[in-house]
Design a protein around this ligand. Sequence first.
Ligand code: FMN
Length: 337
Amino acid sequence: MTAATESSTGPGEQAVDMRTSLASFQLPNPVLTASGCAAAGRELGQFFDVAELGGVVTKSIMLKPRSGRPTPRMAETPSGMLNSIGLQGPGIDSFIANDLAWLKQAGARSVVSIAGHNTEEFVNLAKRLYNHPIDLLEVNISCPNVESRGQVFACDPTASARVISAVRRAANPNVPIFAKLSPDVTDIGLIARSVADAGADGISLINTLLGLVIDLDTMRPALGGVTGGLSGPAIRPVAIRCVWQVHQAVPHLPLLGMGGIKTGADALQFILAGASAVSVGTAIFNDPHAPVRILAELQAELAARGFASVTEAVGFAHRAVAEQEEFFASRKLGVGA
Ligand SMILES: Cc1cc2nc3c(=O)[nH]c(=O)nc-3n(C[C@H](O)[C@H](O)[C@H](O)COP(=O)(O)O)c2cc1C
């Protein structure tokens, strides 16, 4: 076991096996960063060893360098924040040469997030990454489709499926692909089933919710981009509801859950709702150590409830009460522990 998989148990608590998997990607523990909240991991390297995490999810990368949306790009909201960064970034070539190379030499597991304006751009990104050492491809379909009057791919089951099946065909078959879903839909289970049928190996959820803040001094939208993405603890119940519904819709697919995770107890809610691993985003902005702290807290939360491994807890909240009781009764008798 590495340092990250050993349990920080207290007196009387059992060790917890923190290993998990996201399709064929084996992780020593279930805590990753969230796309866009830790660039490509280098900034976090000054606070802790990024190889201790389950993985680093990079900011969504596009084909060409982009400067993002107009300023101001951040507004405070109750228990959260609104951002309109846009997909600012160096473009795929620089990303591969600098960021991916850095992650590799740091010994981190790399989850690369890609974003495109149309299906062809997603395909080209998958092809560019084909021969590079990545552990998982997260396909950010929560961005506007220029071929459909700017409608977000993830809000349309057909457009979502088209991108995912094209990326699945173009990407290295040894690399699992996860579709990242938007919560801004009526039926997230429908979108989940359509990306599953299109060949997604798993699902990441949720991206930010679309929001707007009016600045009362200027009496105009506070963000230069007018609307922005709402993140942080304010969205957590929405995110857990989405994980719950998607787990029910596609129980065979692994889920990477996120949205407002600030503590190990928050992370545990996602796991019990059906996530095999979690990403930490906004919490990093006021506590750069948040991912490693949350990992230690999650281990303690699992141990305190008698779980011997994180995988035992995945989707546990969906089980019938009698089945849950039977699980813990067998544990007390030492069965399966
Ligand atoms: C500043 C900022 C930038 C983000 N950029 C991306 C991005 O490039 N790609 C993406 O898929 N999600 C992006 N997200 C969404 C996060 O990855 C995450 O899904 C969302 O913020 C919910 O998690 P949180 O509440 O822990 O931040 C961004 C979020 C924030 C706050």
